[in-house]
Write a protein that binds this ligand. Structure first.
Ligand code: NAD
Ligand code: GLY
Length: 366
């Protein structure tokens, strides 16, 4: 039997470096790839009630073929469950199952499972090996790569977390066939983000191929996932702990996280909030650093052509300000923003006046 062609990218982080495999039928080959990085004959799988029925069996069979036993914990589905209680459930399950420090934890699901499973792996016995098997588009192009793990707090999104790089990322593009349309489109926001921050050529390709991408054509999908992971891997390798350029990956996120928290987790999907947030970041860039209105309009046009929201929901200005000040990018009470000099060229700005911010927030409310 000939196996489908697989791409392999590297995240160059020295002893914390790892491979990202991208291809079809990867779940059925996962046992072999995982056993290469695991120093254990056992594995713990964290998934959710939506993803597990589709993909758990194939993963467990592939592990069994490599003589690896596996246990599965199935969490409820939803952003509202990316919380302390569910994290504690995972940790209790690992303890009750006598998980050892070298036993890998496999996160099988979207970004929620990747983030909460990743944080459990970071905490359990001060760190166990993590394997990310992302099954949503957003997780395949963004959250499974780079080692950010977290849960939400009612007062702020992703506020409790740790950096914990995976040992391996396995992206089986066939899993996207079962992803609901709204979730699929939400993932496209993070893909557009890469073009907007640092690669105008990629943005051009996305614009040209919008119809094919929306139709989930495999060749364009594979190109887009690979290019997104390549850009992210390069940025993470250069700045693992976000002391500089990694912050660019947060374009639209200060606004977006405020939207998610204000509306209640799960009301707007993460990518939807980031989409509207990127438009606000572009408007703020017009105010602060003279981004051309045409660039903002082009960004709106691209987001809109994929069916992503380009207007923020109604949130009162006081709530906007409170939530944004609680953002992780706040130093000494001052929040820095990722702004655009032009499309394809983002930078970190520590000098945004309250006046400019209020103008943009008021614009958002119209
Ligand atoms: P999600 O994990 O909630 O998945 C979206 C929905 O799709 C869920 O209902 C899920 O069960 C379902 N699903 C996933 N894969 C499926 C499949 N193959 N078939 C059918 N259904 C499937 O959300 P998401 O959009 O994947 O991720 C969003 C989360 O990622 C947010 O919490 C966000 O903060 C986080 N995030 C983290 C990083 C990071 O660097 N760690 C980066 C970006 C986003
Ligand atoms: N999604 C932002 C980051 O990984 O840094």
């Amino acid at each position: 039997m000939t196996l489908p062609e697989t791409d392999e990218l590297q995240v160059d982080l020295g002893e914390r470096g790892y491979s990202i495999f991208i291809g079809e039928q990867l779940l059925s080959r996962s046992g072999e790839l995982i056993s290469r990085v695991a120093l254990s004959r056992r594995a713990f799988i964290v998934s959710n009630e939506t993803v597990a029925p589709w993909y758990r069996e194939s993963l467990q069979k592939s592990l069994a073929d490599q003589n690896m036993d596996s246990d599965v914990l199935i969490l409820p589905d939803g952003e509202q469950y990316k919380n302390w209680d569910e994290l504690y459930t995972i940790l209790g399950w690992l303890l009750a199952s006598h998980a050892e420090r070298k036993t890998p934890l496999i996160a099988l699901g979207g970004g929620v499972i990747g983030d909460i499973g990743g944080l459990a792996a970071a905490l359990y016995q001060r760190g166990m090996p993590l394997v990310q098997i992302p099954t949503s588009l957003l997780a395949q192009v963004d959250s499974s790569v780079g080692g950010k793990t977290a849960v939400n707090h009612p007062l702020g999104k992703n506020m409790i977390g740790a950096f914990h790089q995976p040992k391996l990322v396995l992206i089986d593009t066939e899993t996207l066939a079962t992803l609901p349309k709204r979730e699929y489109i939400s993932g496209i926001a993070e893909i557009i983000k890469y073009g907007a921050i640092c690669n105008i050529g990629f943005l051009d390709r996305l614009e040209e191929n919008a119809r094919r991408l929306l139709a989930r054509e495999s060749s364009i999908l594979r190109y887009v996932i690979k290019e997104s992971c390549r850009i992210k891997a390069e940025i993470v390798a250069a700045d693992e702990r976000e002391s500089g350029m990694r912050a660019l990956l947060n374009l639209g996120h200060t606004f977006g996280h405020a939207i998610e928290t204000a509306l209640g987790y799960g009301t707007w999907l993460h990518g939807e909030a980031i989409s509207a947030g990127m438009v606000l970041a572009a408007r703020l860039s017009e105010e602060v650093c003279g981004l051309k209105v045409e660039d903002t309009e082009r960004m709106i046009h691209i987001l809109d052509s994929f069916g992503l929201p380009v207007r923020a929901p109604e949130i009162d200005p006081g709530t906007w300000l409170t939530l944004m000040q609680r953002d992780k990018k706040t130093v000494g009470g001052k929040t820095s923003f990722i702004l655009l000099k032009q499309l394809g060229q983002a930078f970190v700005c520590d000098d945004v006046s309250d006046e400019a911010l209020l103008k943009v927030i008021k614009y958002a409310a119209r």
